[in-house]
Design a protein around this ligand. Structure first.
Ligand SMILES: Cc1cc2nc3c(=O)[nH]c(=O)nc-3n(C[C@H](O)[C@H](O)[C@H](O)COP(=O)(O)OP(=O)(O)OC[C@H]3O[C@@H](n4cnc5c(N)ncnc54)[C@H](O)[C@@H]3O)c2cc1C
Length: 452
């Protein structure tokens, strides 16, 4: 029997093994003229080794790492993307140093306009904290440009990208997976669900788990000739005071370039949109919280495109979730990213790298690879990092948040190493707790400056 989105995951079957008509019929988009790299495959060759749902950072990183490991898979990896690059993406576009390390590992140098931030300020209920580095704390890009550039890099290395090709249904079989999209049915040995927080692949095979979905609201403000501390000091600002108002999250203000013009990207993240901190009866709406965090910014008028705020979900890592099922792996937002800050681009690359390693093993006949991928996302370095961030979110967004803020305020060296750990500087985030403590003591003993 074929397993469609509504069938139980325990049932098995494979549409491509016994005829494509077993998947529900979906209306297909007409074939249109395609740019190079978008060529429409003839139906007979709609079989590929690896199928990726979603061409955001997680899907593209999976393809790039896999092509890096196995260049002979060029032309055998297909990504289905619901939209067409360059596509708008609701995101602040902050790349932490760890993401730039991943790009370097893939032999890529950031090829889009960016603003490098070297100074950070965090406002909290007990005071403000500042951090300065010589190297960028964060490199801020626009996601339409970044994702388009990344997708082009993957296409140049052999990814077959189909755009305007939304995944509609997924069917599991003994020897692979088949997917009905609005560009037809595709069959593959392995499927990666990298189709974002509202993933169709997750919904079909893993369960929606809506309780692990946060929400963020953001707006882009043109600066014109106005002075901005963010640009003058290459600063980003975070404001955690909204925790005291019942929101489990923070507001931010990032400098960015849109069409070459300086803008501020402001936003607010709430890890649990339906729950308050400490069971408060009410919390402000996200747009109200944002106005309250940045009263000096004009957050009332409409944006140039008529809508000031844009919202989007962020699925965060939940240790109770599964990340592999048969020959299907979840990556990026579809799996779940940083619960504390909602940072997901570096996580998308980490998931993509692990997915590529698992797929390479699977294609070599090692059927344990998906289970090992699932284990790595639970207890490997990335699983440990996300679990610690989940724990930090429980403490800093919980009813005793002021106590934990005071503990953090007591030690500047601990805050500094915490920041480097978060950013993955020197791969600190891969160390176990003991290793981080040793590094902290080493810095204390050697009196190493923070601004590196
Ligand atoms: C307001 C906001 C601000 C953020 N700021 C930051 C930040 O500064 N830094 C950071 O690291 N993270 C940030 N994030 C999180 C970050 O955007 C995500 O974690 C990141 O985009 C995850 O990449 P992804 O590839 O998993 O998912 P996505 O980037 O969402 O890509 C998924 C892709 O799948 C496609 N797709 C969806 N459904 C289907 C379908 N059925 N079939 C085919 N394709 C489909 C989508 O069109 C999309 O291109 C922010 C998020 C929000 C909402």
């Amino acid at each position: 029997m074929v397993v469609g989105v509504r069938a139980s995951a325990g049932e098995r079957g494979f549409a491509c093994e016994s005829g494509l008509n077993r998947l529900p019929r979906v209306r297909q988009r007409p074939v249109e003229a395609q740019a190079p790299g978008h060529s429409e495959l003839p139906p007979a060759s709609r079989r590929c080794k690896v199928l990726i749902a979603g061409a955001g950072p997680a899907g593209i990183a999976t393809a790039l790492y896999l092509l890096h490991l196995r260049p002979e898979l060029s032309g055998e990896i297909v990504a289905l993307e619901k939209r067409r690059h360059p596509r708008a993406k609701v995101c602040a576009g902050g790349l932490i140093p760890r993401t730039l390390q991943s790009l370097a590992e893939l032999g890529l140098e950031l090829g889009v306009p960016s603003v490098a931030v070297v100074r950070g300020r965090a406002m909290t209920e007990i005071g403000a904290f500042e951090h300065v580095r010589e190297q960028a704390l964060c490199t801020i890009v626009r996601r339409d440009e970044f994702d388009h550039w990344l997708a082009d890099a993957a296409k140049a290395r052999g990814l077959r990208l189909y755009e305007n090709a939304a995944v509609q249904h997924v069917a599991l079989g003994q020897r692979g997976v088949s997917v009905a999209s609005d560009r037809g049915v595709f069959c593959a040995d392995v499927l990666v669900g990298a189709d974002g927080s509202s993933s169709k692949v997750r919904g079909a095979l893993f369960g929606a788990m809506k309780s692990a979905v946060g929400r963020a609201l953001t707006a882009d403000l043109p600066l014109g000739a106005r002075f901005s501390e963010e640009f003058a000091s290459r600063l980003y600002r975070f404001d955690f005071r909204c925790v005291g108002w019942g929101i489990k999250g923070y507001a931010w203000s990032f400098p960015c370039l849109i069409g070459g013009q300086p803008h501020l990207n402001v936003g607010v993240y709430d890890q649990t949109p339906h729950a308050t901190v400490g069971g408060k009866a009410a919390k402000p709406r996200l747009d109200e919280a944002l106005r309250r965090s940045f009263p000096e910014l004009k957050l009332d008028g409409p944006a140039p495109d008529g809508r000031l705020f844009k919202g989007a979900p962020i699925r965060w890592h939940d240790a109770a979730a599964r990340f592999a099922h048969g020959r299907v792996l979840l990556a990026g937002d579809a799996a779940g990213v940083d619960p504390m800050m909602g940072e997901g681009i570096s996580i998308a690359f980490e998931h993509g790298k692990l997915a590529a390693l698992a797929i390479a093993r699977l294609l070599d006949g090692d059927e344990r690879a998906p289970a090992d991928y699932d284990r790595a996302l639970h207890v490997g370095p990335i699983g440990r990092k996300l679990n610690r961030l989940a724990s930090a979110a429980r403490h800093f967004y919980g009813s005793r948040h002021r106590f934990f803020l005071r503990v953090m305020a007591a030690s500047r060296p601990a805050r500094e190493i915490g920041l480097d750990w978060y950013n993955g500087v020197g791969r600190l985030d891969e160390l176990r707790t003991g290793g981080v403590v040793i590094e902290w003591l080493r810095r204390l003993l050697l009196g190493e400056p923070y601004a590196r």
